[in-house]
Design a protein. Structure first.
Length: 374
């Protein structure tokens, strides 16, 4: 069942120099229980979209429904205020009140957020339950200023969950934590969201975070949604060069597409390093200018011609060149191979015996040569 829908949401800010179109025609449907991520570079409109869902920002136009009811409609001129939306929210900055203790911070939405007053004992119980969800049981009386960054973030999460909202909105909640804690919290947060059966809309600019945590990812660019898919497809089937380049490392080659009449979405592409058999994430016309995206870890390196498939073609591409740069990363070896005018990055096994200057053969399957719109 769909819990949240956005229809043609636009948000324009009036600034001194004119207008900023922060969100352009964003439409999406999020299923109940889904962990949904808005991913994109800084300034692409993620926070503004999330704030429109929360009711902290009023869109310029469009429609938002939550749990089957309209919470915003420009056409009908209706806006449901923040506190009447069944939502909990966590910000990057934590937004913990420093003059309050942990209990008062977490209880805040119960005391001031809802229209019907709750009994003291129920508030106490709800706060206690919420704190145990984030592993801060018994910390009620601790002063907020004495908490570590990680604990403050947990308090913020407990506060967001205290009203048992249907929808949890998280805006870069882990960005201020150090790398190790961020990784731990990533797993814990995901587990908690799924265990509670809550629906989450998560905002991040961190592609790895998005790939690891999400059921589905919406990639945003300059206010628009460019692709909505699961992590696997976002990574392996990017719809354009922006998505391919933003998520993970990618080699790009300029190409001209030629359709393979027997295979719907496959073709060959003329590139600066020769003709490549490729697959296409979109419909291309014969002769259309495209980019070929090649992931470094999908390219196999062989040091002798004997190890290369004897009759490449259709499913395998082979090209040769000399290793120019070699970097040991511990868990991998990252090399750059000069093939004609191009420098191709390859990520390979750290135990492979390779050296700078070596002549090598690069093998990559057709499936891993993705033609994407220019
Ligand atoms: N209150 C505001 N007033 C003017 N411009 C804003 C405001 N909030 C956001 N913007 C602009 O809208 C665009 C999108 O911002 P934002 O949604 O915060 O991006 P993100 O969260 O993806 O980094 C940016 O260009 C930003 O400068
Ligand atoms: Mg933001």
């Amino acid at each position: 069942m769909i819990l949240l829908s956005l229809r043609l949401i636009n948000k324009t800010f009036i600034v001194e120099r004119g207008e900023v179109h922060a969100v352009c025609d964003v439409s999406l449907d999020i299923e109940e229980g889904e962990f949904f991520t808005l991913l994109g570079p800084s300034g692409c409109g993620k926070s503004t979209t999330l704030r429109c869902i929360a009711g902290l920002e009023t869109p310029t136009s469009g429609e938002i429904s939550l749990g089957g009811g309209l919470v915003y409609s420009s056409a009908r001129g209706s806006v449901v205020p923040v506190y009447q939306r069944d939502i909990g929210m966590v910000f990057q900055s934590y937004a913990i009140w420093p003059h309050m203790n942990v209990f008062e911070n977490v209880a805040y939405p119960l005391k001031y957020g809802s229209s019907n007053r709750m009994k003291k004992e129920e508030i106490r119980q709800r706060v206690s339950d919420s704190l145990s969800l984030v592993h801060l049981e018994g910390m009620e009386n601790r002063s907020a200023t004495l908490l570590s960054g990680g604990q403050q973030q947990r308090v913020a999460l407990a506060r967001a969950l205290v009203r048992n909202p249907k929808l949890l909105l998280l805006d870069e909640p882990l960005s201020n934590l150090d790398a190790k804690l961020r990784e731990e919290m990533r797993t814990e947060l995901c587990e908690l969201v799924h265990r509670l059966g809550i629906t989450a809309v998560y905002v991040t600019h961190d592609q790895l975070e998005a790939l690891v945590m999400s059921d589905r990812i919406a990639v945003m660019h300059e206010g628009r949604l460019v692709q909505i898919a699961n992590s696997h497809d976002i990574y392996n089937r990017p719809v354009n060069a922006f998505v391919a380049g933003f998520i993970g490392a990618t080699n790009f080659l300029d190409g001209r597409f030629k359709r393979d009449s027997n295979k719907g979405t496959c073709g060959v592409t003329e590139t600066p390093i020769g003709t490549l058999f490729c697959s296409a994430g979109a419909e291309f016309n014969d002769g259309q200018v495209v980019k070929i995206a090649l992931r470094p870890e999908t390219i196999q390196v062989e040091d002798s011609k004997d190890k290369v498939p004897s009759s490449p073609g259709k499913t395998m591409n082979v090209f040769e060149g000399d290793i120019e740069i070699l970097d040991f990363h511990g868990d991998s070896l990252v090399i750059r191979v000069r093939v004609g005018e191009e420098l191709i990055q390859v990520k390979t096994d750290p135990d492979q015996q390779l050296h700078v200057g070596q002549h090598v053969y690069l093998v990559v399957s057709q499936d891993h040569c993705q033609a994407v719109p220019f």
